[in-house]
Ligand binder design. Structure first.
Ligand SMILES: [Zn+2]
Ligand SMILES: [Zn+2]
Length: 344
């Protein structure tokens, strides 16, 4: 089959590679129809994260058609349109049995190559995945839109980790892809005012289009005054932080009201300096959130009912053979691209 093989850092070759084979009775061979490029692929592409060691086929946000199924597969048949979790979880460890499949002790992420394992991903014509991580697509959801189920589910999981009550004010710091999807999901979730913060004016504009009620620039010297004016002088009830750097986390803490909470999604920096005294004396709750645990069905339903508009976030659909061109553009932050979807 053809695949986008990363032979060395920053070098992607549209190459012939051996077809993946069904090895277990519960495996499904998927013909990939659309696969979107994740920020983690772009960050991994230069070796900085250590999670995409070449040679590897990256890609974990995909949708396609069942081409073949092992003898023990009961829920899917050839021709079914499906998507699947980015994480292959074991289903047997303490965490999986507890329902926390995102925390699985034996998790392997598709398209990741690190010290512990190599799991080729979806920038290819075919990929093999176990039945337990697969989900059928609603009839009228396109493969391109469905390739955004994974990041939308990441955003939905983050919203579910946030104790947001009816009509509470929520801020989203970082209006990149996950931030924009979180805004759409929050708007459908009964919260009140949604405020988007981003240093990039184009991102702030995109946030308003995604449904944010107000926007602010974290670099604005009057930021706290502006937030106070929007929140009866208190600060926001809940904040979602989708960057993961010292400055943005400082912003998130500063704008949150006493007794409020900050949900931490981004982790660009592995360690940061934390404004500890503000967190402690204002009794803030910091909550980490990771990946997806059970959000696929609800996200697919929200996409089918247009509560999540994936299409609004896709900048470009391009052939998989052009992978190098689009990775280079994303890496060099050209053309203000949000999501690029590649089609094998
Ligand atoms: Zn991703
Ligand atoms: Zn497990």
């Amino acid at each position: 089959m053809k695949a986008l093989l990363m032979k060395e850092y920053k070098k992607l070759e549209y190459a012939d590679v051996p077809d993946p084979k069904i090895s277990g009775a519960k495996d499904i061979l998927v013909k990939v129809k659309a696969v979107s490029v994740c920020g983690s692929d772009v960050h991994g592409f230069d070796g900085s994260t250590g999670r995409r060691k070449p040679p590897v086929i990256m890609g974990h946000e995909a949708a396609g058609v069942v081409e073949n199924a092992g003898s023990g597969v009961t829920l899917f048949k050839k021709g079914d349109r499906i998507t699947f979790d980015s994480t292959i979880w074991c289903g047997e460890c303490f965490f999986c049995r507890n329902g926390d499949v995102n925390l699985c002790d034996n998790r392997r992420v598709l398209g990741v190559s690190c010290d512990e394992y190599v799991q080729d991903g979806c920038f290819a014509e075919y990929v093999v995945v176990p039945e337990r991580i697969c989900f059928k697509l609603p009839d009228d959801l396109s493969f391109e839109d469905a390739s955004l189920t994974e990041p939308a589910a990441v955003a939905a999981h983050a919203v579910r980790q946030t104790p947001v009550a009816l009509n509470e004010t929520v801020a989203v710091v970082g209006a990149g892809l996950i931030g924009l999807l979180a805004i759409q999901i929050l708007r459908a979730s009964g919260c009140g005012l949604v405020i988007a913060l981003d240093t990039d004016a184009a991102h702030r504009k995109a946030a308003l289009l995604a449904g944010a009620c107000a926007e602010a620039d974290p670099a604005d010297a009057d930021l706290l005054k502006k937030i106070a004016a929007l929140t009866n002088g208190r600060g926001v009830d809940r904040t979602l932080e989708a960057v993961g750097a010292a400055a943005s986390i400082k912003t998130a803490v500063a704008i949150t009201r006493k007794g409020g909470s900050v949900t931490l999604i981004g982790n660009i920096s592995p360690t940061i300096e934390l404004p500890l005294q503000q967190v402690v004396t204002r009794q803030l709750r910091l909550q980490g959130t990771c990946a997806i645990a059970g959000e696929y069905p609800l996200v697919l339903d929200m996409m089918a009912r247009k509560k999540i508009n994936a299409r609004s976030i896709i900048s470009r659909v391009a052939p998989l053979s052009e992978g190098q061109i689009w990775f280079d553009k994303l890496y060099n932050r050209q053309d203000n691209l949000l999501k690029v979807v590649l089609a094998p």
